[in-house]
Design a protein around this ligand. Structure first.
Ligand code: AHR
Length: 657
């Protein structure tokens, strides 16, 4: 049955955006015609996904909710984050003899010499240690008694000035390394407290992997992900999860590239490395930014599965970040990088009888993760990339022809060399080419037609990173204002209209800690206890949750609606072609009446969802709901929907579900 003959009910999602397009007289309605009998390309499930990178303390201090910074004393400054907790007599030293493991070679010897007062050390967490009253936290430590030292210790959560909000005692610490866990329940909420660990009497004890972790996590996995952040990802309905970045994949030098095999297994045994964003921006130094890999590749795959997203890992292709050293692995050393990729596919998809499939099963996931996508390099350019991509492609396609390979476009996409690189990748039959756009809102408004002229066959496009910046990229001054989100919505209508070319897209970056960020804007902001979704998040959510199945043409005077008079539109079938939805963006500063004609349709009721706001409006921890979608009824009479789009708004008209 076609949408022409079906009585549908409609929902309109409308969002208002501030733009430079100017005021339009509100009088005459703009007539749009929906081509219900001319369905086009299918819209990929992956059209709107998420891009995760450990930037802005997105992993340690964020989605990976360990409260203790430098828990294993493996930062180059092994005492960073730690200090004495008391004036009592005693000392603490970093040692390496008879360590917990080769990958975790440092530990702390704590020794109290005052029989009257317990000695202890204190950790200041990630911009403080956040705890909520009445919630359970697992305090754990790998410890051993030294000589006749104490056999017990006390963990204490408190404020910086000595107030105590919760304690827990660990007993039975013997002479050999052993992990001990107890539950600690604070009596007060404290977003930026401290964790202290006191010895139970004079003498020495060795401690390592000192951890305070919320008992409640996303999907309640022990040692799992931060619940509120996981739920925000889930609620976005992303079609895919790209991980682990971004520039972090490449590393400043190859030594610091992301190596997935070092991020699985016992979290205490994962080798720490510096975070590439530690000192990237002189105006936002983060000397305490390291990667513990508590959030590693197994957890990324599991998260993708939990949120119903296709996993898309991106691997280093033998090139360090070209914005930094650009260090190259020579072509005769490239095999080890390719082997990592082959092993990753086996880890994700292989039977449990295979080496890496067994590792996955041993980690608790015997079923394959059914990985279908794999990225080779991030933001690579110049003559060294193509031979490296070719070597990966040859080896990976020979063994796994069904895994789609994502190739990197030159990030300076407008220069001639970038066009040559993309042409070469097309010539090589790259499945997807990853294009990135960090541009002004006006650029996004002007480029809703970006993909109208792309070749309709051959390599498909992954708009792998994009965000509208109201201030220069990298300045740290761009904000998540509605103006930017509205422009992204306009751009998204263009991606949808070109769904035969564009199969995937993601806003970037995803997360930022309000007290520890390096980059703005970002999709979701959080502090140690709270989080809020930005206007940009709600645009992504609207488009992801209302993706539709097959593109329907929607036209004005016979042409695509891609910015004429500040109006943008896209449309798609839903419910197996029995219904439709329409997305409309009014980027002007005045209301815009529209009349949508649906040939052959009759009367129906439905729902409109829209966002309309002042161009400079933004959400915050204090006001998280300033910009968010509103729902209201909408009707169709004799195949015509009439609606006035608010100024600066995004509107989705969709069949009721
Ligand atoms: O999203 C932030 C950074 O921007 C990414 O790491 C990189 O790929 C791009 O340059």
């Amino acid at each position: 049955m076609s949408v022409r003959t079906v009585a549908i009910s409609l929902t309109v999602l409308a969002a208002t955006v501030v733009t430079a397009t100017g005021r339009r007289p509100a009088a005459a309605p703009v007539t749009l015609v929906l081509g219900v009998d001319h369905p086009g390309a299918s819209i990929a499930k992956t059209m709107v996904g998420v891009f995760f990178e450990d930037i802005n303390f997105a992993a340690d201090g964020g989605l990976y909710p360990e409260r203790v910074k430098n828990r294993s004393f493996e930062f180059p400054d092994a005492l960073m984050g730690w200090k004495r907790a008391t004036p009592a007599a005693g000392a603490f030293t970093v040692r390496t003899d008879a360590a917990v493991s080769a990958n975790n070679p440092h530990y702390l010897r704590v020794e109290g010499t005052d029989p009257a007062q317990p000695f202890g050390v204190m950790n200041d967490g990630f911009r403080g240690i956040g705890v909520e009253a009445g919630k359970s936290y697992v305090f754990s430590v790998v410890a051993r008694r030294v000589g006749n030292g104490p056999t017990a210790l006390r963990a204490e959560v408190g404020g910086a000035l000595g107030a105590v909000y919760g304690t827990a005692r660990v007993d039975g610490i013997g002479p050999n390394w052993q992990r001990h866990s107890v539950t600690l329940v604070p009596t007060r909420t404290q977003p930026s407290g401290r964790l202290s660990v006191f010895l139970d009497g004079p003498g020495a004890m060795d401690v390592d992997v000192v951890s305070l972790f919320p008992a409640e996590t996303y999907k309640n996995r022990p040692g799992g992900l931060r619940k509120d952040l996981g739920e925000l990802l889930d609620a976005l309905h992303p079609g895919f999860l790209r991980f682990p970045g971004g520039c972090i994949v490449e590393g400043r030098y190859l030594e610091y590239r992301y190596q997935w095999k070092k991020t699985i297994g016992d979290p205490a045994d994962r080798t720490l490395i510096v975070n590439r964003w530690n000192d990237e921006f002189v105006n936002k130094p983060a000397p305490d930014y390291y990667q513990s890999f508590g959030l590693g590749f197994f957890e990324y795959f599991q998260l993708a599965e939990d949120i119903g997203a296709e996993p898309l890992p991106i691997l280093n292709c033998g090139m360090a970040c070209q914005f930094n050293s650009g260090e190259l692995a020579s072509m005769n050393r490239i095999d080890q990088y390719i082997q990592d990729a082959l092993d990753l596919i086996e880890f994700a998809n292989g039977p449990i009888t295979s080496t890496w499939g067994k590792r996955r099963a041993d980690l608790g996931h015997p079923a394959p993760f059914s990985m279908k996508l794999l990225g080779v390099g991030n933001e690579q350019w110049g003559p060294d990339y193509l031979p490296r991509f070719a070597a990966f492609q040859k080896a990976l396609k020979a063994k796994y022809p069904d895994v789609q390979l994502v190739a990197s476009a030159d990030p300076f996409i407008d220069r001639p060399a970038a066009k040559e690189q993309s042409a070469s990748l097309r010539g090589m039959g790259a499945d997807l080419i990853d294009e990135h756009f960090y541009r002004t809102p006006d650029w996004f408004l002007a480029h809703a037609s970006q993909y109208d002229g792309y070749a309709r066959t051959g390599s498909k496009i992954f708009v792998g990173e994009y965000a509208a910046h109201v201030r220069p990229v990298g300045s740290g001054e761009s904000r998540n204002v509605w103006q930017a989100a509205l422009a992204e919505a306009a751009f998204l209508t263009g991606l949808e209209r070109n769904a035969d070319v564009v199969r995937m897209s993601a806003y970037a970056p995803l997360f930022a800690h309000t007290d520890a960020w390096q980059w703005t804007p970002n999709l979701i902001w959080f502090d140690n206890l709270r989080a809020f979704a930005t206007p940009n998040y709600y645009v992504q959510q609207l488009f992801a949750a209302n993706r539709g199945e097959t593109v329907l043409p929607i036209s004005r005077d016979g042409k695509p609606v891609e910015g004429q008079d500040g109006l943008f539109a896209s449309a798609a079938t839903v419910d197996g072609g029995h219904g439709f939805l329409v997305k409309l963006v009014n980027a002007t500063d005045g209301p815009m009446p529209v009349r949508i004609e649906v040939p052959g349709a009759g009367d129906a009721t439905g729902e409109a969802v829209f966002i309309a706001a002042d161009p400079l409006a933004e959400n915050s921890l204090a006001a998280p709901d300033r910009v968010k979608p509103i729902q209201e009824p909408v009707t169709m009479n004799a195949g015509v929907i009439e609606r006035t789009l608010p100024a600066h708004s995004v509107t989705v008209l969709r069949p009721a579900r």
